[in-house]
Design a protein around this ligand. Structure first.
Ligand SMILES: NC(=O)c1ccc[n+]([C@@H]2O[C@H](COP(=O)([O-])OP(=O)(O)OC[C@H]3O[C@@H](n4cnc5c(N)ncnc54)[C@H](OP(=O)(O)O)[C@@H]3O)[C@@H](O)[C@H]2O)c1
Length: 273
């Protein structure tokens, strides 16, 4: 940690819980942090760890924190706003992982101007995600450094220059894990059609997608290079790629899918705001 901030987390579910686990691990390694958590139904497993680490859970009247992290569902934000406002003073940096809740809406609801809006993704639950974030103009470099450290338990962290692009981020890394799961599904279904037993097909597809992802993460080569490395001219992979890379193939489908998700994110954003 940059310093020893007092952090208040509101919502310790999938995302908030992953953050807490990472912060507790950092504390065990000597990182300074005092933590207060608000969540009416904290998971019993993590509650024990929090109590051992001296985390304050659901205090009736906690004061302002150095950092307020919001990890409730967007539709719960209004209900959580009272505890959020109590934890938010003039010096508080606000970090939200709530999908679609804009910097302006956060600023308005909490009456503060140092706000950071982050978009994590589901692999963040095991520390293998990527979180993109955008910050308000009032945030200082030290705020961004602290936010990056606090978001690190979810995986890689990427700053985004303008909030307008958060809809694209949502369509790419936010929704993206579903596209990869679908790839495993349709690969297994195709294997079945070619005669493989359904269970074997599912296992082969699952391991192939997961293994290729792990290899890509370890390699410094771009994805296109890794693809070329397994494609011999005139071979089996080439035969498949001729279909997948045709004019109306995967690139066109993905282009349309990401455009649709971006558009939907814009529409939902207008609703949430
Ligand atoms: N999961 C993801 O992959 C993902 C990806 C991108 C963005 N996000 C964003 O991350 C946020 C959290 O998502 P999640 O999947 O972690 O949701 P989640 O598992 O439902 O966690 C939210 C937690 O907040 C608790 N809560 C409800 N009302 C509260 C209140 N008034 N005060 C304090 N805590 C309250 C919930 O308790 P109950 O269960 O008892 O209601 C739950 O434990 C969402 O805004 C979502 O948009 C998540």
């Amino acid at each position: 940690m940059v310093e020893a901030p007092a952090v208040t987390l509101i919502g310790a579910g999938q995302m908030g819980g992953a953050l807490v686990r990472g912060w507790l691990a950092a504390v065990r390694c000597g990182g300074g942090l005092t933590l207060t958590v608000h969540d009416p139904a904290v998971d019993a497993g993590i509650l024990t760890d929090m109590e051992k680490a001296g985390v304050v859970v659901n205090p009736p009247d906690a004061g302002p924190a150095d950092v307020l992290v919001l990890a409730v569902k967007p539709q719960t934000f209004a209900a959580a706003a009272a505890s959020a406002r109590a934890a938010c003073g003039p010096q508080t940096l606000v970090i939200s992982v709530m999908a679609g809740v804009t910097l302006a809406a956060l600023s308005r609801a909490l009456d503060t101007d140092r706000v950071i809006r982050a978009m994590p993704n589901t692999p963040g639950q095991i520390g293998q995600g990527v979180t993109a974030y955008v910050s308000s103009a009032a945030c200082k470099p030290a705020d961004l450094a602290l936010a990056e450290q606090l978001l690190a338990p979810l995986g890689a962290v990427e700053p985004i220059p303008t909030e307008r692009l958060m809809d694209v981020v949502t369509a790419v890394s936010g929704s993206g894990p579903a596209y990869v799961f679908l790839l495993a599904e349709v690969l297994a279904a195709a294997a079945e059609k070619e005669g493989l037993d359904p269970d074997i097909a599912a296992r082969l597809a699952r391991r192939t997608v997961a293994g290729a992802g792990a290899l890509m993460l370890q390699s410094s080569e771009p994805a296109s290079q890794l693809r070329k490395a397994v494609t011999s001219p005139g071979g089996t992979t080439q035969a498949a790629l001729d279909i997948l890379m045709s004019a109306d193939g995967l690139a066109m489908l993905m282009r349309k899918a990401v455009a649709a998700a971006t558009q939907r994110s814009r529409e939902l954003g207008r609703g949430v705001d």
